[in-house]
Design a protein around this ligand. Sequence first.
Ligand code: HEM
Length: 416
Amino acid sequence: MESDAATVAARFDLAHLPPDFFVNPYPCYRALREHAPVKQMPDGSWFLTRYDDILPVYRDPKVYSSDKKKEFGPKYGPSPLLEHHTTSLVFNDPPLHTRVRRLILGALSQRHIAAMEPGLSTLVDGLLDAMARKGRVDLIEDFAASIPIEIIGNLLGVPKPERAPLRGWSLAILGALEPVLTPERAASGNAAVLEMLAYLTTLVDQRRAHPGDSETDVLTRLIQGEKVADAGDVTTDERLTETELLHQCIFLLNAGHETTTNLIGNALHALTQWPEEKARLIAAPGDAVLLKSAVEEFLRYESSNQLGNRITTQETVVGGVTLPPDSRITLCIGAANRDPAQFPDPDRLDLTREPNKHIAFAFGIHTCAGMNLARLEAKVAIAKFLARFPDYALDGEPTRGGRARFRGFLHLPARV
Ligand code: HEM
């Protein structure tokens, strides 16, 4: 057994993953944590799996940069995908990152998020009614994916009839971040960036002509930019360029979409595998504390974003290994969140796990800007779903997304 794990760790290559990895990557992560926690891939990059090695990387954005130009230049070549993934805030360091993040966070305060709850409840109720009429449903298409698309559409003020293509664009653009970029993934990702740019150019023009509330409307905030006081206290506008603006919008529409779909889908799937935990949640419908900790546990147990990336700006030591400048690092969130040194009995779903300092939303200056929105969506969706369909059961083979980075299902057939 021991030597099997050592062999799994020795052979691990993110660019050549066996099919069973996508079903259950956790034995492989365990082997890596135990035998090669700072593992060099054949392509020279490094793969980290221990919680205690990953956290310091997130903590130090100066040594571990998020700027992807060096990495993505060769990966994408000159292309729409290159422009997109090197312009969005998540793949930049300060100062661009700081400016954009401030603009976005201003519209995602707890107060603004709480104000979204009534609309979210109505939306979820409508989806539940429609599922009750059908009986046999797809928990992804009929439910999990339908929630974030509306919430994120509202956040950017995308008119309802124009939301249909958002999911496909998001899957294509984020799919191009997979460790292996197939020609098909590159082609569909590039096409999606071009289509989104064309769409958003019109949307931005309309919003410029008719600005929304600059407190709550993210797009209006991004268009207007921020007022910056110079040393003489003269206030000037610091606006994003058109390219910067459009790519932040693309990123926002994508970031809150597939990840949240997968959080809800993975949670409903996990509950079918852990009936006692499911029963606990159903038995205490109004228990807000339990629901809150349950959502944290779903985030830890099947993290919808499994991988993060950084590049070293100087020589540094990680987990006892010296890495030279320009080392590309993959941070395995999925492995850190199952690290027994941080989470006792990590492969168990424990809805009251405490403490639960998972890093599903990463950590440090790039911590997910939408985490409280995602949490709210999951809480409302899961609580209402269980109240309405306590006896739901899977009915047919689930279809996994087949991705290493974004873990979730494309289809989850069930009876409700
Ligand atoms: C379960 C749902 C979600 C998960 C698991 C998730 C996960 C993450 C992670 C891991 C990062 C950090 C990436 C890195 O630095 O390497 C991130 C960043 C980000 N996420 Fe989320 N996310 C979720 C939902 C959302 C939603 C709903 C929104 C928008 C409303 C959103 C907006 C963002 C933004 C803007 C960033 C970039 C932050 C920055 O670079 O400062 N996310 N997310």
